[in-house]
Write a protein that binds this ligand. Structure first.
Ligand code: NAD
Length: 262
């Protein structure tokens, strides 16, 4: 498929743009959702700043971009590092046209097993980091009257069956996106959310790849009878970040192969 050049001359920040887990069989580069998004917007012309708590992983993404980019080390659980990452991205690229808030963690604990530390960790990474990143990136975008946020959330924001803290924080992530969409639209800012279903990402390969039958079970769940691919997530993220979505604001785009309507 020939890609367009929707991000020519555009600068994109991808938060959590490394990949933490094994590659798919026969592939050299491990593929997570953030990495796939970075590669997709780069393939369409963007200069990309990639942050990750693992600098080597961010560097691996940037090396694969095939275009301009910068790798930055930042732990999303640390407020100062969230803010610094935006400043470093702006210093390197000049401006930001789109910010993709992809970083996310999941422990899967149910209510009775949930702990205060686990809850706080989810909140720090899955919600607070996104608010702080947006807070730091917004003023420059508002000044230029142009900018797009894409939050990578989950169908767990609206469905049960995952861990409690994951479900709660993924719902809160949608609220952060919605807040931006309503408050800043008149200043040229759009904000939207992806609600992902079962994606064959590095996180999933790391967590479930070694458990007998688990990947088959995930593949069997959606009507399409397969997991999604990070590259399919990236196509949806690129749409929301691009001018093709110029009148799309405050929405949640479900990318789940029909899982949530069965
Ligand atoms: N894979 C799925 O089935 C699925 C489903 C729904 C939603 N999602 C969402 O997709 C997003 C990406 O998930 P993925 O499956 O690609 O995961 P992944 O673990 O493969 O990639 C996430 C990246 O974030 C980095 N990271 C983790 N904690 C960090 C921190 N504190 N600071 C900075 N970087 C950190 C990791 O190093 C990794 O490179 C998450 O928000 C996740 O909730 C995934």
């Amino acid at each position: 498929m020939e890609l367009g050049r929707r991000f020519e001359g555009r600068n994109v920040l991808v938060v959590g743009g490394g990949a933490d887990g094994p590659p798919r069989p026969g592939e050299a580069l491990a593929m997570g959702n953030g990495r796939a998004i970075a590669l997709r917007v780069a393939a369409e012309g963007a200069a990309v700043a990639v942050t990750d708590r693992n600098l080597d992983s961010a560097r691996e993404t940037v090396a694969a971009l095939g275009g301009p980019g910068i790798a930055l080390q930042a732990d999303a659980a640390d407020p100062d590092e969230c803010r610094q990452a935006v400043d470093d991205a702006v210093a390197a690229l000049g401006t930001l046209d789109a910010v993709v808030l992809n970083v996310g963690i999941a422990s899967g604990l149910p209510l009775l097993a949930e702990t205060v530390d686990d809850w706080r960790w989810h909140d720090d990474v899955n919600v607070r980091s996104h608010w702080l990143t947006a807070q730091q990136a917004l003023p420059g975008m508002v000044e230029r009257g142009h900018g797009a946020f894409v939050f990578v959330s989950s169908v767990a924001a609206v469905l049960g069956g995952s861990g409690l803290a994951y479900e709660a924080t993924k719902a809160a992530q949608v609220a952060v996106s919605r807040h931006i969409a309503v408050r800043y639209a008149k200043r040229g800012i759009r904000s939207n959310c992806l609600l992902l279903g079962l994606i064959d990402s590095t996180m999933v390969r790391r967590e479930f790849g070694g458990i007998d039958g688990r990947m088959d079970k995930r593949a069997a769940a959606p009507p399409m009878k397969r997991q999604g691919r990070p590259e399919e997530v990236a196509a949806a993220a690129a749409f929301l970040a691009s001018d093709d979505a110029s009148y799309v604001n405050g929405t949640t785009l479900v990318v789940d192969g029909g899982l949530s309507v069965t």
